[in-house]
Design a binder for this molecule. Structure first.
Ligand code: SAH
Ligand code: SF4
Ligand code: F3S
Length: 475
């Protein structure tokens, strides 16, 4: 037993405060939530599993569809009694609303929910220490919804809590594409690319903390055009080649991409960089040229199919994923059928589909010929049925196949480990948790609608090449 250090009490460690963060929306919000916790850690805030009794609660919100936004107000209602209980005990719960709803509806949130202390947009959370101090003194809500994405990354702390075997790394923010239906250009601001050196440095840190797979994030990640260490502007293909050289990094992914930014070098990288996983999320939204034009996507269906062909020529085992919107204003039955045709032509391994949701301030929300709710529902169901079939078929096609699995954590049952296939499928195997963090050659023994069962065939591929547990067992 260790002897307590009598000087410990004198050390100037701030008192531990409990921080609860709830996250909705895309992976970029997941990354932002982790970074907010990093920014608050030096102030003594440590993560809490539940909001009860917390000293600070951050709701990191999503504005993409109507339902996503509504979740904020119902959560705020649930938090009100918890905040009051904390006050009755003589404490204070600082309630902050962050993310894309905060950016779009900051003033409305403060008016509708007076118990909110702080409203901050996605580009200002590096200022949290100052905002928290101001909120502690102020009576009403403190609102900060500026757009300095470049400043944010410069001011985030280097110290970050480890993310684990798989990690997210935001390299690009914002969007200049202005699709007719989408709020992102308004909530996240203009496109901004982090410099390559900053990205490489963060990737090195993630690997040093145990990450074996890094997913590069951006609202338009393949629009990334960052300054290279050589002073020239690099594209994403170049960045990926550089990342692939990092010792210990086994896998690279990136999301979300726009077909318009799929350049030659990036397509070539899929064929040339083994660490770049054979799975790509490339949203097309619709299979109808008329709708793609109305959506302001900047390409037609044939162009999308050509890009898919070129990607598959570069990397024959590439699996594709996409997003679809059912019932965008002006969509006819013929347009919908064109979407189903495109889905059949491509064959997706995974896809997300949404019923069109009118978002305030976007061009489509005021367009004539809104599609009836009934038709939007039915079209969504037809799209989803087809996509489900394709996903099941893709998973089935892996049965009996040998592939490399990255083990990421314990499985749901004792004696099981969970992992990921190269195609992002969740995987589980019988095996010790000492496999976590390693890549192993495995055989797929069974396919389920949303996961694969595998059997471990070989020893670890790549670092860490020594597993003390296995060596002990073998001796
Ligand atoms: N940048 C990505 C998508 C970001 S939003 C791209 O360009 O593809 C994620 C997905 O939400 C979109 O691909 C789209 O399918 C869906 N989406 C966005 N706005 C929507 C709306 N108003 N109604 C329904 N779905 C929407
Ligand atoms: Fe939204 Fe279109 Fe930008 Fe994607 S490309 S974030 S759908 S505006
Ligand atoms: Fe939602 Fe904002 Fe992401 S609107 S999808 S959290 S960029």
């Amino acid at each position: 037993m260790s002897v307590p250090d009598p000087r410990a009490a004198d050390r100037a460690t701030p008192p531990r405060k409990r921080l609860y963060i709830r996250t909705w929306g895309c992976q970029m919000n997941v990354y932002d939530s982790a970074r907010m916790a990093d920014v608050l850690a030096p102030l003594g805030y440590a993560p809490a599993e539940a909001p009860d009794g917390a000293d600070m609660v951050v709701l990191n919100t999503c504005h993409i569809r109507e339902k996503a936004s509504e979740k904020l107000f119902s959560e705020l209602g649930r938090l009100r009694p918890l905040k009051q209980a904390k006050e009755r005990e003589g404490g204070r719960m600082i309630l902050a609303v962050a993310g894309c709803v905060a950016q779009a509806e900051g003033a409305e949130i403060a008016a509708r929910a007076p118990h909110v202390d702080l409203v901050l947009g996605p580009q200002t959370y590096h200022r949290l220490p100052e905002l928290v101090a101001r909120a502690s003194r102020a009576a009403g809500a403190v609102i900060d919804t500026d757009f300095p994405a470049d400043q944010k990354f410069d001011h985030l702390p280097e110290a970050a809590a480890p993310q684990g075997v798989t990690a997210f790394l935001t390299i690009q923010e914002g969007c200049d594409k202005f699709c007719s239906f989408c709020v992102v250009p308004y909530t996240r601001g203009a496109e901004y690319s982090r410099p390559a050196a900053a990205v490489l440095e963060e990737a090195r840190r993630l690997v040093a903390q145990g990450a074996r797979e890094v997913t590069l994030l951006g609202q338009n990640v393949n629009a990334w055009h960052g300054e290279g260490p050589d002073g020239r502007v690099w594209g994403l293909g170049r960045l990926i080649r550089e990342l692939a050289g990092l010792d210990g990094l086994a896998r690279i992914r990136y999301t979300t991409s726009h077909p318009r930014d799929m350049d030659d070098d990036l397509i070539a990288a899929h064929g040339e960089v083994p660490a770049l996983m054979p799975f790509l999320h490339l949203p097309v939204q619709s299979g109808s040229d008329r709708m793609l034009a109305a959506m302001n996507r900047g390409h037609g269906a044939a162009e999308y199919l050509r890009i898919v062909d070129r990607l598959r020529a570069a990397r024959p085992d590439l699996a594709l994923s996409s997003d679809f919107i059912a019932g965008h204003p002006g969509e006819t039955e013929a347009d919908h059928v064109a979407t189903l045709d495109l889905i059949r032509q491509v064959g997706f391994a995974l896809a997300f589909s949404f019923k069109y949701s009118a978002r305030p301030g976007t061009p489509a929300s005021g367009a004539p010929f809104q599609v009836a709710e009934r038709d939007r529902d039915r079209r969504l169901q037809e799209i989803q049925a087809l996509l489900r079939e394709q996903q099941a078929a893709f998973n089935r096609s892996r049965t009996g196949m040998q592939c490399d699995i990255l083990f990421t954590g314990p499985g749901r049952h004792p004696g099981q480990v969970a992992g990921r296939s190269p195609w992002l499928q969740p995987v589980f195997a019988e095996g010790p948790t000492t496999l976590v963090g390693q890549v192993h050659r495995c055989t797929v023994t069974a396919a389920h609608p949303n996961s694969l069962a595998v059997q471990v065939d070989g020893s670890a591929i790549g670092p860490p090449d020594r597993n003390p547990e296995q060596e002990k067992a073998a001796a």
